[in-house]
Design a protein around this ligand. Structure first.
Ligand SMILES: Cc1cc2nc3c(=O)[nH]c(=O)nc-3n(C[C@H](O)[C@H](O)[C@H](O)COP(=O)(O)OP(=O)(O)OC[C@H]3O[C@@H](n4cnc5c(N)ncnc54)[C@H](O)[C@@H]3O)c2cc1C
Length: 487
């Protein structure tokens, strides 16, 4: 896969030349490379520790699925999925969700059918980037020094962790049965007795997937316990659907969200309004969620998860022994045969934001949350078509990933600021409308002026947005004063 070595330095280090050196062949690195190849003549070198393209999707548990519809995930040049709707299961009525295996297969095709055939990409799997343009093959130990003509692109910033590559932060006594979600699917291989009780550890989307999977595979709801350190607000999947038939949910939903933001009197009141208008869901209506990480779920899945009644809300588990779990406030007795399922890996951790464009370096981050693929493709487009880093950073304002429920407001406001800039720039506007990764751009652009119903929704969205942006800082200030958060 390497372009010919220019020379061997004679000290055992290969030399290699490229325009852009991309660290990471996950969704971020590939979507960036794909758009940059489409927009420039650049040569790109991609280095990744994994043995296949696709990053964390290669380590995912078998029943993982993409959160968002396939229609606008992946890279710009290659569609993902078939645009069919599920007719069975808890996602029925919504567009298909790509399975983990499908996403991995897709990224394989991206590399081998889209990127490498251009003749302008060199891909180095099983290679560890050491910094300063140097990487080492994890199989041969050979080091390569890359002479980067333009920029080093850090596509590892998101640092996604998944259960199979994560180390739990709690201790486990010998004899306790602890598995990852992948281990759960391998239970059929066990010779002896299979567990009759299950305990899900963690409150994120993986834990929700495990609950849905256990129930779907026949586990009794009363055999499942669930350690839920905190409750989350969840995005109603109906609001993320790409098709025109969902216009009132997606674009109408955005208008309702803006109205809620414009009229809310506090952050909690905002979420109650978002729930009332079906933008947000929560598993237990008696709990006030304190977390929001854009986990996306269908009403069908929420209804299934509500069957699990033994929810343990005592914070983070610190240790597990034969008959109990320990929390900061004491012990919780457990059945000795319990199989614990570790879902405590945090897929997405908020990280400090840094300028995306710096001298000789691009650090891929969100410019539209939570959409990784769109964000990095936009960054590549801006890199290709704009002159200096100051202007590029201006166009690619960082969008923070939420740290808590108030983060929804900060993220929404930052998304809107970027959207406003992009819509005033003719070149960007045109690219966005043509990009498959821009979820709703085409849908909005295709509304006929004679379609009074849809035009009314668009008008409502526009008129509520101003009031929403005016109210946002007030809500955040009040939240920070109460929660003693720093800005
Ligand atoms: C279950 C799940 C579902 C998700 N669903 C969605 C969704 O629907 N929509 C969405 O936008 N996001 C979703 N996400 C978020 C997800 O993080 C992104 O979609 C995306 O896959 C992240 O890609 P990435 O390239 O940033 O990270 P990764 O997939 O982690 O790729 C980074 C790569 O960098 C490599 N690397 C890191 N450091 C080095 C080094 N020093 N040398 C060499 N290689 C290195 C790693 O080996 C890895 O392959 C989901 C996440 C999870 C866990």
């Amino acid at each position: 896969m390497m372009i010919p070595l220019l020379q061997n330095a004679g000290i055992g280090m290969a030399q290699h030349e490229t325009d852009y050196l991309v660290i990471g062949a996950g969704a971020a690195g590939l979507a960036f490379a794909d758009t940059l190849l489409q927009e420039t003549d650049a040569h790109i070198t991609i280095v990744d520790r994994h043995g296949r393209p696709g990053g964390h999707w290669n380590d995912a548990y078998p029943f993982v699925a993409l959160h968002q519809p396939s229609a606008f995930y992946g890279v710009n040049s290659l569609p993902l999925g078939t645009l069919r709707k599920d007719t069975a299961g808890p996602n029925a009525g919504h567009y298909e969700l790509a399975s983990g295996a499908e996403v991995s297969g897709y990224f394989h095709n991206v590399m081998y059918q889209q990127l490498l055939p251009t003749g302008r990409v060199s891909y180095h799997a099983m290679s560890d980037y050491l910094g300063d343009g140097k990487f080492v093959s994890m199989l041969s130990g050979e080091q390569t020094q890359v002479n980067v003509r333009k920029k080093v692109v850090d596509a590892s910033y998101f640092g996604t962790t998944v259960p199979s590559t994560h180390t739990p932060k709690f201790s486990v006594a010998p004899g306790v049965q602890l598995v990852t979600p992948t281990g759960l699917t391998q239970l059929w291989q066990r010779k002896g007795l299979r567990p009759t009780r299950f305990c899900i550890l963690g409150a994120g989307k993986t834990a929700m997937d495990v609950g849905v999977w256990l129930l779907g595979c026949g586990a009794r709801a009363d055999a499942i316990s669930w350690v839920m350190p905190r409750d989350s607000w969840l995005v109603n999947r109906a609001t993320t659907q790409p098709g025109e038939e969902f216009f009132s949910h997606s674009i109408g939903g955005q208008a309702l969200a803006m109205k809620a933001l414009a009229e809310a009197t506090s952050v909690d009141d905002l979420f109650l309004r978002l729930e009332a208008s079906r933008q947000m869901l929560r598993i237990d209506p008696n709990q006030t969620p304190r977390m929001f990480h854009y986990a996306t779920i269908s009403i069908g899945e929420v209804e299934l998860l509500r069957q699990i009644k033994n929810v343990i809300r005592r914070g983070h588990v610190r240790s597990i022994n034969a008959n109990a779990m320990t929390f900061d406030d004491g012990e919780q007795t457990m059945h000795a045969e319990t199989l614990y399922i570790d879902c405590t890996a945090s897929a997405v951790e908020p990280k400090p934001m840094i300028p995306i464009f710096q001298d000789g370096k691009i650090t891929l981050q969100l410019v539209r949350a939570p959409l990784v693929s769109f964000s990095v493709a936009m960054i590549a487009y801006v890199e290709a078509h704009y002159a200096d880093d100051a202007q590029k950073n201006q166009l690619c304002g960082n969008v923070p990933f939420p740290k808590d429920i108030s983060g929804w407001i900060e993220t929404t406001a930052a998304n809107m600021r970027n959207q406003m800039q992009w819509s005033q720039d003719k070149t960007l506007r045109k690219w966005m409308v043509e990009s498959r990764l821009d979820g709703f751009g085409k849908l909005v652009a295709s509304v006929a002026p004679t379609d009074t119903e849809k035009m009314k929704i668009l008008g409502e969205l526009r008129s509520q947005s101003g009031a929403a942006m005016a109210n946002a800082p007030k809500l955040l200030a009040a939240w920070r004063a109460t929660n003693q958060r720093t800005a």
